[in-house]
Design a protein. Structure first.
Length: 265
C-alpha cells in the first residue's frame, strides 16, 4: 500500500488521524453527524511538552490553511496517566478517509518540504509512545449533546467484556440508558464499541462543563434502583458484572487552543 510506513508514523503523531477502516453499513445516527471516531493516545516526554504542543499547533495551522477539517485534542485531566494527549477525528463514512491527507502531506502543502521535515522531526522527538483505536458509535445507546461547541470535559468509561457476552452487555446498557433518562439529570453520553483495535471493548463518553454536575448526576447503581427498584437493579448489576473483565474511568480536558488553530502564515 502506497505510503503505508509513512502513514503509521504519521498516525503516532497526528493531528489528522488517518486509519484503516473496517467497512460498516450503518448510517450516522440522526442526532450525530458522525458514525465513527478514530482515537490516538500519545504519551509525551515531560521535558518536551512545549515543543509537542507547538508542533500540534503548527500541524493544525497547516491543516486550516489547506482546508482540512480539524480534529479535537484533549489532555488527561484526572484518573489516568500524566503527560497524555488524546486526539479524536470523527467520520460519517469510511470513504472520507481516502480524502484525508497524512500529517506530512499537510505540512508539505502548508510549509514546503524543507520546513515540513523540520516540524515533523521535532514532533516525533517529543513523543514517547502512542496507540490508536477505531470506534463505531452505538446511536441507540447514546444520548448525545450538541457537538457544535465541545464541552470542557469528557468522562470516559472504558469497559472490556468477555467474548460472547456482547449482546447481553448491550442489553444491560440499554436498560441503564433508559434508567438514566427516567431519573433525569444524566450527563449527555455517546457510547461506542471498537471496530479496529482490541475486540470486545466498549467506551462511554460523558460530556460536561463543570465537576459540580457530578453532584446531581446519579451513579449507575442509584439510577438503576430509582428506575427499577432494588431487586431488579441488583439483578441488572449482576448481569453487567458477569460480562465485564476490566473497567477504567478517567476524565479528559478539551484543548480548544490545539483543536481550533489559526491558519498558517
Amino acid at each position: 500500500m502506497k505510503g503505508f510506513r509513512t502513514l503509521l508514523l504519521s498516525l503516532a503523531s497526528s493531528l489528522v488521524v488517518t486509519t484503516l477502516l473496517v467497512a460498516q453499513s450503518a448510517a450516522p445516527p440522526a442526532a450525530l453527524p458522525f458514525a465513527y471516531v478514530s482515537l490516538t493516545t500519545l504519551t509525551v516526554k515531560p521535558a518536551a511538552i512545549p515543543d509537542f504542543e507547538n508542533y500540534v499547533k503548527r500541524v493544525g495551522a497547516g491543516a486550516a490553511k489547506i482546508g482540512v477539517r480539524p480534529a479535537n485534542w484533549y489532555t488527561m485531566g484526572r484518573g489516568g496517566p500524566g503527560f497524555t494527549y488524546v486526539v479524536a477525528v470523527r467520520f460519517a463514512k469510511w470513504s472520507e478517509l481516502d480524502e484525508r491527507p497524512s500529517v506530512i502531506e499537510i505540512l508539505n502543502k502548508a510549509y514546503g518540504e524543507t520546513e515540513a521535515a523540520r516540524i515533523q522531526a521535532g514532533g516525533r522527538a517529543a513523543i514517547e509512545s502512542s496507540s490508536s483505536v477505531f470506534l463505531r458509535v452505538l446511536p441507540e445507546l447514546s444520548a448525545a449533546p450538541s457537538m457544535e461547541t465541545p464541552l470542557a470535559h469528557v468522562r470516559v468509561t472504558r469497559v472490556e467484556v468477555k467474548g460472547g457476552t456482547n449482546s447481553k452487555f448491550e442489553v444491560f446498557v440499554g436498560r441503564l440508558k433508559a434508567a438514566q433518562e427516567k431519573a433525569g439529570g444524566a450527563l449527555p453520553v455517546v457510547r461506542y464499541v471498537t471496530a479496529l483495535g482490541p475486540s470486545n471493548v466498549y467506551m462511554a463518553a460523558y460530556f460536561f462543563n463543570k465537576y459540580a454536575e457530578f453532584e446531581t448526576a446519579l451513579g449507575v447503581p442509584e439510577a438503576l434502583r430509582k428506575a427499577y427498584g432494588d431487586a431488579e437493579a441488583r439483578m441488572l448489576e449482576e448481569t453487567s458484572q458477569s460480562c465485564i473483565t476490566n473497567l477504567e474511568t478517567y476524565v479528559l480536558d478539551y484543548r480548544a487552543d490545539m483543536s481550533r488553530p489559526a491558519a498558517a502564515k
